[in-house]
Design a protein around this ligand. Sequence first.
Ligand code: NAD
Length: 260
Amino acid sequence: MIDLTGKKGLILGVGNQRSIAWAMAEQFHQQGAELGLTYLTDPKGRFEANVRKLGEQVGSSFIHECDVADDHSIQEMADSLKAKWDRLDFLIHSLAYADQQDLQIPFSSTSREGFTKAHQISAYSLMPLTAHMLPLMKEAGGASILSISFIGSVLAVPNYNVMGPAKASLESSMRYLARELGPENIRANVISAGAIRTISASGIKNFSEMLRVAGEHSAMKRTATQEEVGKAAVFLCSDAASAITGQVIYVDCGYSMMAN
Ligand SMILES: NC(=O)c1ccc[n+]([C@@H]2O[C@H](COP(=O)([O-])OP(=O)(O)OC[C@H]3O[C@@H](n4cnc5c(N)ncnc54)[C@H](O)[C@@H]3O)[C@@H](O)[C@H]2O)c1
Protein backbone atom coordinates (compact mmCIF):
# COMPACT_ATOMS: atom_id res chain seq x y z
CA MET A 1 0.00 0.00 0.00
CA ILE A 2 1.15 3.51 -0.85
CA ASP A 3 -0.15 6.26 1.40
CA LEU A 4 -0.92 9.51 -0.45
CA THR A 5 -2.83 11.10 2.42
CA GLY A 6 -2.27 14.87 2.42
CA LYS A 7 -1.12 14.87 -1.23
CA LYS A 8 -2.95 16.94 -3.82
CA GLY A 9 -3.06 16.10 -7.51
CA LEU A 10 -4.62 17.48 -10.67
CA ILE A 11 -5.82 15.04 -13.34
CA LEU A 12 -6.56 16.14 -16.90
CA GLY A 13 -8.08 13.77 -19.44
CA VAL A 14 -11.21 12.19 -17.99
CA GLY A 15 -13.74 11.79 -20.80
CA ASN A 16 -15.80 8.87 -19.62
CA GLN A 17 -15.66 5.77 -17.46
CA ARG A 18 -13.33 4.03 -19.90
CA SER A 19 -10.74 6.82 -19.79
CA ILE A 20 -7.35 5.86 -18.42
CA ALA A 21 -7.57 9.07 -16.37
CA TRP A 22 -10.80 7.83 -14.72
CA ALA A 23 -9.05 4.68 -13.48
CA MET A 24 -6.08 6.75 -12.34
CA ALA A 25 -8.39 9.02 -10.32
CA GLU A 26 -9.92 5.96 -8.63
CA GLN A 27 -6.49 4.57 -7.76
CA PHE A 28 -5.17 7.89 -6.42
CA HIS A 29 -8.36 8.31 -4.38
CA GLN A 30 -8.00 4.82 -2.91
CA GLN A 31 -4.53 5.76 -1.66
CA GLY A 32 -5.89 8.88 0.06
CA ALA A 33 -4.94 11.69 -2.38
CA GLU A 34 -7.09 14.80 -2.76
CA LEU A 35 -7.97 15.28 -6.44
CA GLY A 36 -8.69 18.09 -8.82
CA LEU A 37 -10.27 17.16 -12.17
CA THR A 38 -10.68 19.01 -15.44
CA TYR A 39 -12.95 18.41 -18.40
CA LEU A 40 -13.06 19.46 -22.03
CA THR A 41 -16.36 21.07 -22.95
CA ASP A 42 -18.15 19.13 -25.70
CA PRO A 43 -21.43 20.14 -27.40
CA LYS A 44 -23.61 17.79 -25.33
CA GLY A 45 -21.76 18.42 -22.07
CA ARG A 46 -21.11 14.69 -21.65
CA PHE A 47 -17.50 15.03 -20.52
CA GLU A 48 -18.46 17.56 -17.85
CA ALA A 49 -21.31 15.35 -16.61
CA ASN A 50 -18.98 12.34 -16.46
CA VAL A 51 -16.25 14.28 -14.67
CA ARG A 52 -18.75 15.63 -12.13
CA LYS A 53 -19.99 12.09 -11.50
CA LEU A 54 -16.41 10.90 -10.95
CA GLY A 55 -15.77 13.98 -8.81
CA GLU A 56 -18.57 12.95 -6.45
CA GLN A 57 -17.26 9.41 -6.33
CA VAL A 58 -13.72 10.45 -5.38
CA GLY A 59 -14.67 13.53 -3.33
CA SER A 60 -12.90 15.90 -5.69
CA SER A 61 -12.38 19.36 -4.22
CA PHE A 62 -11.75 21.09 -7.56
CA ILE A 63 -13.50 20.61 -10.92
CA HIS A 64 -12.88 23.00 -13.79
CA GLU A 65 -13.11 23.27 -17.55
CA CYS A 66 -9.77 23.19 -19.39
CA ASP A 67 -9.17 23.11 -23.12
CA VAL A 68 -5.41 22.71 -23.48
CA ALA A 69 -5.59 24.03 -27.06
CA ASP A 70 -6.50 27.42 -25.60
CA ASP A 71 -3.99 29.41 -23.50
CA HIS A 72 -6.77 31.41 -21.81
CA SER A 73 -8.53 28.25 -20.74
CA ILE A 74 -5.32 26.88 -19.20
CA GLN A 75 -4.70 30.22 -17.47
CA GLU A 76 -8.25 30.40 -16.06
CA MET A 77 -8.12 26.87 -14.75
CA ALA A 78 -4.68 27.45 -13.20
CA ASP A 79 -5.75 30.74 -11.56
CA SER A 80 -8.82 29.08 -10.14
CA LEU A 81 -6.76 26.18 -8.75
CA LYS A 82 -4.19 28.54 -7.23
CA ALA A 83 -6.99 30.44 -5.48
CA LYS A 84 -8.08 27.18 -3.86
CA TRP A 85 -5.01 25.04 -3.31
CA ASP A 86 -1.70 25.94 -1.70
CA ARG A 87 0.30 23.02 -3.08
CA LEU A 88 0.37 20.51 -5.90
CA ASP A 89 2.04 17.12 -5.46
CA PHE A 90 1.25 15.60 -8.85
CA LEU A 91 0.07 16.65 -12.28
CA ILE A 92 -1.42 14.02 -14.58
CA HIS A 93 -1.63 14.78 -18.30
CA SER A 94 -3.67 11.94 -19.80
CA LEU A 95 -4.92 13.48 -23.02
CA ALA A 96 -4.29 13.50 -26.72
CA TYR A 97 -6.01 14.56 -29.91
CA ALA A 98 -5.62 14.15 -33.65
CA ASP A 99 -8.16 15.02 -36.33
CA GLN A 100 -9.98 11.86 -37.46
CA GLN A 101 -9.07 12.63 -41.03
CA ASP A 102 -5.35 12.58 -40.26
CA LEU A 103 -5.70 9.12 -38.73
CA GLN A 104 -7.44 7.71 -41.80
CA ILE A 105 -5.20 8.88 -44.65
CA PRO A 106 -1.70 7.79 -45.75
CA PHE A 107 0.82 9.31 -43.33
CA SER A 108 2.58 11.31 -46.06
CA SER A 109 -0.71 13.16 -46.69
CA THR A 110 -0.94 14.50 -43.12
CA SER A 111 -2.07 18.12 -43.29
CA ARG A 112 0.07 20.92 -41.87
CA GLU A 113 -2.84 21.94 -39.61
CA GLY A 114 -3.48 18.38 -38.50
CA PHE A 115 0.17 17.76 -37.67
CA THR A 116 0.36 21.01 -35.70
CA LYS A 117 -2.90 20.40 -33.84
CA ALA A 118 -1.94 16.85 -32.81
CA HIS A 119 1.41 18.08 -31.49
CA GLN A 120 -0.01 21.16 -29.76
CA ILE A 121 -2.70 19.27 -27.86
CA SER A 122 -0.93 15.97 -27.26
CA ALA A 123 2.61 17.21 -26.50
CA TYR A 124 3.04 20.99 -26.27
CA SER A 125 0.24 21.35 -23.69
CA LEU A 126 2.45 19.65 -21.09
CA MET A 127 4.71 22.72 -20.97
CA PRO A 128 2.20 25.53 -20.26
CA LEU A 129 0.40 23.30 -17.75
CA THR A 130 3.69 22.64 -15.98
CA ALA A 131 4.68 26.31 -16.08
CA HIS A 132 1.38 27.39 -14.51
CA MET A 133 1.57 24.72 -11.84
CA LEU A 134 5.23 25.30 -10.96
CA PRO A 135 4.61 27.70 -8.03
CA LEU A 136 2.25 25.19 -6.40
CA MET A 137 4.66 22.31 -7.05
CA LYS A 138 7.51 24.29 -5.46
CA GLU A 139 5.25 25.04 -2.46
CA ALA A 140 4.88 21.28 -2.04
CA GLY A 141 8.69 20.94 -1.89
CA GLY A 142 8.66 18.78 -5.00
CA ALA A 143 6.15 17.01 -7.21
CA SER A 144 5.60 14.48 -9.94
CA ILE A 145 4.49 15.14 -13.51
CA LEU A 146 3.13 12.21 -15.48
CA SER A 147 1.87 11.80 -19.02
CA ILE A 148 0.70 8.84 -21.09
CA SER A 149 2.27 7.69 -24.32
CA PHE A 150 2.08 4.75 -26.70
CA ILE A 151 4.72 2.59 -28.40
CA GLY A 152 3.78 4.27 -31.70
CA SER A 153 6.32 6.92 -30.61
CA VAL A 154 9.24 4.59 -31.35
CA LEU A 155 7.74 1.96 -33.68
CA ALA A 156 5.77 2.57 -36.87
CA VAL A 157 2.42 1.13 -35.73
CA PRO A 158 -0.21 0.59 -38.45
CA ASN A 159 -2.76 3.46 -38.57
CA TYR A 160 -1.29 5.36 -35.59
CA ASN A 161 0.06 7.90 -38.09
CA VAL A 162 0.36 11.49 -36.86
CA MET A 163 -0.02 10.41 -33.23
CA GLY A 164 3.35 8.62 -33.51
CA PRO A 165 5.48 11.76 -33.91
CA ALA A 166 3.21 13.58 -31.42
CA LYS A 167 3.96 10.93 -28.79
CA ALA A 168 7.69 11.04 -29.65
CA SER A 169 7.54 14.79 -29.01
CA LEU A 170 5.69 14.21 -25.74
CA GLU A 171 8.32 11.75 -24.51
CA SER A 172 11.19 14.04 -25.47
CA SER A 173 9.46 17.05 -23.85
CA MET A 174 9.07 15.06 -20.66
CA ARG A 175 12.84 14.41 -20.58
CA TYR A 176 13.60 18.12 -20.94
CA LEU A 177 11.15 18.92 -18.14
CA ALA A 178 12.82 16.27 -15.98
CA ARG A 179 16.21 17.86 -16.65
CA GLU A 180 14.99 21.41 -15.95
CA LEU A 181 12.97 20.64 -12.86
CA GLY A 182 15.05 17.88 -11.24
CA PRO A 183 16.90 20.37 -8.99
CA GLU A 184 13.48 21.47 -7.61
CA ASN A 185 12.71 17.85 -6.67
CA ILE A 186 10.10 17.80 -9.43
CA ARG A 187 10.10 14.55 -11.39
CA ALA A 188 8.64 13.96 -14.84
CA ASN A 189 7.86 10.56 -16.33
CA VAL A 190 5.70 8.97 -19.00
CA ILE A 191 3.80 5.71 -18.88
CA SER A 192 3.72 4.04 -22.28
CA ALA A 193 0.48 2.12 -21.99
CA GLY A 194 -0.50 -0.89 -24.06
CA ALA A 195 -3.59 -0.72 -26.28
CA ILE A 196 -6.82 -0.23 -24.30
CA ARG A 197 -10.34 0.30 -25.66
CA THR A 198 -11.26 3.96 -24.96
CA ILE A 199 -12.86 6.84 -26.92
CA SER A 200 -9.44 7.97 -28.19
CA ALA A 201 -8.57 4.45 -29.28
CA SER A 202 -11.80 4.18 -31.28
CA GLY A 203 -10.49 6.94 -33.57
CA ILE A 204 -7.71 4.64 -34.78
CA LYS A 205 -8.58 2.59 -37.85
CA ASN A 206 -8.69 -1.18 -37.17
CA PHE A 207 -8.15 -0.65 -33.45
CA SER A 208 -9.70 -4.07 -32.72
CA GLU A 209 -6.91 -5.67 -34.74
CA MET A 210 -4.31 -3.62 -32.87
CA LEU A 211 -5.81 -4.85 -29.60
CA ARG A 212 -5.80 -8.47 -30.78
CA VAL A 213 -2.15 -8.30 -31.87
CA ALA A 214 -1.14 -6.53 -28.64
CA GLY A 215 -2.69 -9.33 -26.61
CA GLU A 216 -1.34 -12.22 -28.66
CA HIS A 217 2.19 -10.83 -29.03
CA SER A 218 2.74 -9.65 -25.45
CA ALA A 219 4.81 -11.68 -23.01
CA MET A 220 1.78 -12.11 -20.75
CA LYS A 221 -0.59 -12.98 -23.63
CA ARG A 222 -3.04 -10.25 -22.66
CA THR A 223 -3.35 -6.48 -22.71
CA ALA A 224 -3.06 -4.16 -19.71
CA THR A 225 -6.14 -2.60 -18.09
CA GLN A 226 -6.88 1.00 -17.17
CA GLU A 227 -6.65 -0.05 -13.52
CA GLU A 228 -3.13 -1.43 -14.02
CA VAL A 229 -2.03 1.83 -15.64
CA GLY A 230 -3.63 3.66 -12.70
CA LYS A 231 -1.67 1.61 -10.19
CA ALA A 232 1.61 2.29 -12.03
CA ALA A 233 0.71 6.00 -12.03
CA VAL A 234 0.21 5.94 -8.25
CA PHE A 235 3.62 4.30 -7.84
CA LEU A 236 5.37 6.84 -10.09
CA CYS A 237 3.80 9.78 -8.24
CA SER A 238 4.62 8.37 -4.80
CA ASP A 239 7.73 8.53 -2.64
CA ALA A 240 8.38 4.90 -3.64
CA ALA A 241 9.56 6.32 -6.99
CA SER A 242 11.49 9.26 -5.50
CA ALA A 243 14.60 8.66 -7.67
CA ILE A 244 12.78 7.88 -10.92
CA THR A 245 12.62 10.74 -13.39
CA GLY A 246 12.88 11.27 -17.13
CA GLN A 247 11.70 7.72 -17.85
CA VAL A 248 9.27 6.05 -20.19
CA ILE A 249 7.81 3.15 -18.22
CA TYR A 250 6.01 0.51 -20.29
CA VAL A 251 2.78 -0.81 -18.78
CA ASP A 252 1.88 -3.17 -21.61
CA CYS A 253 2.18 -6.77 -20.33
CA GLY A 254 5.60 -6.96 -22.01
CA TYR A 255 4.46 -6.22 -25.58
CA SER A 256 7.22 -3.67 -26.21
CA MET A 257 10.18 -6.02 -25.54
CA MET A 258 9.01 -9.00 -27.61
CA ALA A 259 10.95 -9.57 -30.85
CA ASN A 260 7.82 -10.85 -32.59
N1 NAD B 1 -6.29 3.79 -25.16
C1 NAD B 1 -5.10 3.38 -25.56
O1 NAD B 1 -4.94 2.33 -26.21
C2 NAD B 1 -3.88 4.20 -25.20
C3 NAD B 1 -2.62 3.59 -25.24
C4 NAD B 1 -1.51 4.34 -24.93
C5 NAD B 1 -1.64 5.67 -24.60
N2 NAD B 1 -2.89 6.25 -24.56
C6 NAD B 1 -2.97 7.66 -24.19
O2 NAD B 1 -3.67 7.77 -22.98
C7 NAD B 1 -4.16 9.10 -22.87
C8 NAD B 1 -5.62 9.05 -22.45
O3 NAD B 1 -6.41 8.51 -23.50
P1 NAD B 1 -7.56 7.45 -23.27
O4 NAD B 1 -7.17 6.22 -24.04
O5 NAD B 1 -7.88 7.35 -21.84
O6 NAD B 1 -8.76 8.07 -24.11
P2 NAD B 1 -9.91 9.12 -23.68
O7 NAD B 1 -10.54 9.49 -24.98
O8 NAD B 1 -10.77 8.56 -22.64
O9 NAD B 1 -9.10 10.33 -23.09
C9 NAD B 1 -8.54 11.35 -23.88
C10 NAD B 1 -8.88 12.65 -23.23
O10 NAD B 1 -8.26 13.73 -23.93
C11 NAD B 1 -9.08 14.84 -23.71
N3 NAD B 1 -8.76 15.93 -24.62
C12 NAD B 1 -8.70 15.90 -25.99
N4 NAD B 1 -8.45 17.14 -26.45
C13 NAD B 1 -8.34 17.96 -25.37
C14 NAD B 1 -8.11 19.35 -25.20
N5 NAD B 1 -7.95 20.17 -26.24
N6 NAD B 1 -8.08 19.86 -23.94
C15 NAD B 1 -8.26 19.05 -22.87
N7 NAD B 1 -8.50 17.72 -22.96
C16 NAD B 1 -8.54 17.19 -24.20
C17 NAD B 1 -10.49 14.29 -23.93
O11 NAD B 1 -11.44 15.12 -23.33
C18 NAD B 1 -10.39 12.94 -23.23
O12 NAD B 1 -10.85 13.07 -21.91
C19 NAD B 1 -3.93 9.74 -24.23
O13 NAD B 1 -2.74 10.51 -24.19
C20 NAD B 1 -3.74 8.54 -25.14
O14 NAD B 1 -2.99 8.85 -26.29
C21 NAD B 1 -4.01 5.53 -24.84
